[in-house]
Structures are given as C-alpha cells and as structure tokens.
Design a protein around this ligand. Structure first.
Ligand SMILES: [Zn+2]
Length: 408
C-alpha cells in the first residue's frame, strides 16, 4: 500500500495551520488553503517512493489516505511529446508538449476530478457539484458516476455539443445556465457552505486542486527528474497554473529536481484579467467577458486564485501572455499539421501565447520549453472543412492521385 504523506492544511494568507479536514478557507482571514506534507519523510524516501501507474502513482504527495477511496478511470501518464518540426518552425531549440487530451474524458481536469471525487468519498459525501464551461462538468460527472456518487452539474449554455452530450450521459442532474461562468460561480460558491454537495469547483477546494499537481510530477519524471526551463500553462481562474507550480516547487524543496521552471500564464485575450494586471503591474480587476473559442478559459473574474496566480508570477519571475481567438485557431491547425496533435482551442491557447511571446522576443528560444495542451480537439464543435463528395472512375481517380502525390 502506498501511503499519503499529507499532514495538514495551511493558509496561504496568514500561515494558520489546520488538520486534514474538509475546509475550504481560513477561518481567520478567509485565505485559500494549501496542503502540507511530511517533507522530511518525502526527501528521505526519494522519488523511488512512487510506484504503480496513473496519478495514484503519486499517492504519497496526494491527500487521500485510504486506497479504497482512490477513484480512477486511468487518468494521468499522458505523453510528453517532443515537437521537433514545430520547434524548427517557431525557432525553438527544444519544444515539448504535455498532451492532456489523452486523459479519460479528454482533459487535464480528470486529474483534479480524481482527487476531488476521492476526497468526497473520504469525507463521506454522497453528491458532488460543479459549475462548468464544459470540460469540468463532463469530467466531474464521469468520476462521480465511477464512484457511485450523485452529481449536479451546471453547464455553460454555449458549451460545445460533444461536451453537453458527454455531461448528459454521465451526470445525475444536468442544468444549463444562462450567461458565462462568472454569472453563476459567485452564488454557487456560497451554497457550498450548506454541505448538500462536495465542492468540485475550481475556486477553493485544495483537495480537488491537488490532483492537477501530478502534471508537474509527470513532466519531471518523464525528463529523468528534471524540469524544463519553461512551462506554459493555461489560466482561467488559475487552478492548473498554481497546481503545476506547486508540484515543481515541492520537488525542488525535497531535492528531486535541481530547480523549478519559469512559469508562463497563458490566457485568451477575451478573458485576460490576470494578464492585464501582470502587464500593468496592479491588482486584478474583474472584466465582463463574452464568448471565446477557448471555452475553458472563459472566466473574467478569477477570484482569489487569480490573485494567487499573480503573486506566483511576481515571486518567481514568471510571464503572462494572451492570444486572440484567431491566433488560437491558427495554432490549433499548425500543431495538427506539423506534429499530428489534435488539441482543442482551450488546450492550444498555451501554444498561441508562446508564438506571440517568441515574436515579441520575450522568451529565450534556446530554452527547453514545455507547453501544456490541456484538452483534446475531439470535443471541439466546428463545421468540417467540406462535405462535397467526388465521384470517380479509374481514369479520374488516377489523375487525381498523380496530381496530388505525383510531383515528387
Ligand atoms: Zn489565514
């Protein structure tokens, strides 16, 4: 049995310590909480302490004590793909893509759904809930079904048809909400206190958040316990970004990697509250947003995690950037053509932002750069390029093949 070395919770605001109970914020300053571990035991054990597959390979640095509570659909161990052709195209010496589309529901959120739903079992809840733009809803619903828990999923009315189909199939209750994520999340967060469901949202739950940390552990392990020079992670409210940073910082702390990577926060230009604040060197001001093709990044008010993301960027010499929808769609096609990787717009925003930062000479092209591609392209809803069929006889078929492929 792999045991968890989680030892408690700590407030990121005032440093207050709490035992390992289901608590979402500090009772002194309402700050967010982060999990603490027995660092000495981990440093002593070394990375050889990790065994098995999937994200539960990293169970010693996850907060689920009883293996019977560890829900899985086979998430994690996603490929870290070398991208030499795309790297040459962009002038980057070594470009890596961590492709999260290979997870069971096609998104990085499966990592946090696994620890979130497992924590719901650990703390004796019978139902989960989440406010989603699409990916979180289908992921939380699938893991809840797997665990035998009820799920009440609130889905964005503009979520893609494949995401809605997936949610309708897996959720116990699916409710479509009007407006954008920001319109519902504030009041939903307040209902969490009634404890009718376990909080599977991205705003506050440290137990759910923690699963995404495995992204960093995997990248380091796949590189032979090294970090890339730079990691580009998506930011909506900042969950994936903060979790990845936490993972690298922990490994640096216990001496498993020599140094953490420089982190880049990537946003859609139509939902860029964190990037604006970073550029203008001020606090985050929530913005009213409309639709962006990067549905999963459509949050105009990133709340406390947005502020945490901004603080991490400042403390660690990070960078923030954004990209327009057109640039995101161009990056999606470029990635598919050059490397055969089909990521969705939400997933590929990181690459679009990297392209911009390279053009602005804001990043070093000699660095080893890893972009996190957070979702599959298979859930994208867009008209196919053409549905016009052609009729052939042998002569016309030969002519076409020679025209297309016969030029040497
Ligand atoms: Zn506090």
């Amino acid at each position: 049995m792999i045991s968890s070395h989680a030892s408690g919770l700590r407030c990121i605001g005032c440093g207050a310590a709490f035992t390992l109970v289901y608590r979402l914020e500090c009772d002194r300053c309402a700050g967010l909480l982060e999990l603490q571990y027995d660092w000495d035991a981990l440093a002593k054990a070394g990375p050889g302490t990790f065994t098995g597959s999937g994200i539960w390979r990293y169970a010693p640095v996850l907060p689920i004590a009883d293996p019977a509570h560890r829900v899985t659909l086979g998430e994690g161990q996603s490929p870290l793909l070398e991208c030499p052709a795309l790297g040459r195209r962009l002038g980057v010496r070594r470009l890596l893509a961590k492709f999260e589309g290979s997870n069971p529901t096609g998104t990085v959120k499966d990592r946090s759904s696994a620890t979130g739903v497992s924590a719901a079992l650990q703390f004796g809840f019978s139902a989960t809930s989440v406010v989603s733009s699409g990916n979180a809803g289908s992921s939380v619903a699938a893991y809840s079904a797997r665990a035998g828990l009820r799920s009440l999923v609130f889905a964005y009315e503009k979520a893609s048809a494949p995401k809605l189909l997936h949610m309708a199939a897996t959720a116990t209750d699916l409710v479509i909400y009007q407006g954008v994520y920001d319109d519902l999340i504030g009041i939903w967060d307040r209902l969490v206190e009634d404890r009718l469901f376990f909080d599977c949202g991205a705003s506050r739950n440290a137990f759910k958040h923690e699963g995404k940390k495995t992204l960093a552990y995997e990248i380091a392990e796949q590189l032979g316990w090294r970090a890339p020079d730079m990691v580009v992670a998506p930011v909506a409210v900042g969950e994936t970004f903060i979790a990845a940073h936490r993972g690298f910082a922990e490994m640096e702390r216990v001496g498993w990697i020599a140094r953490r990577p420089r982190m880049v926060a990537a946003q859609a230009a139509r939902a860029n509250a964190v990037t604006r604040a970073w550029r203008e060197q001020r606090a985050i001001e929530p913005i009213r947003i409309g639709y962006t093709v990067a549905e999963g990044l459509a949050a105009g008010d990133p709340g406390k995690k947005g502020a945490w993301t901004l603080a991490l960027l400042k403390e660690n010499g990070g960078l923030a950037g954004d990209a327009e929808d057109e640039e995101i769609l161009e990056a999606q096609t470029l990635l598919a053509r050059t490397e055969g990787i089909w990521a969705g717009p939400t997933g590929v925003a990181t690459l679009a932002v990297l392209c911009r930062l390279l053009a602005e000479k804001a990043v070093d092209p000699d660095a080893t750069i890893c972009v996190v591609l957070s979702e599959t392209g298979l859930k994208t809803e867009a008209p196919p390029p053409s549905r016009q069929g052609l009729a052939f006889d042998e002569a016309s078929l030969r002519r076409l093949v020679q025209e297309r492929l016969g030029r040497g």
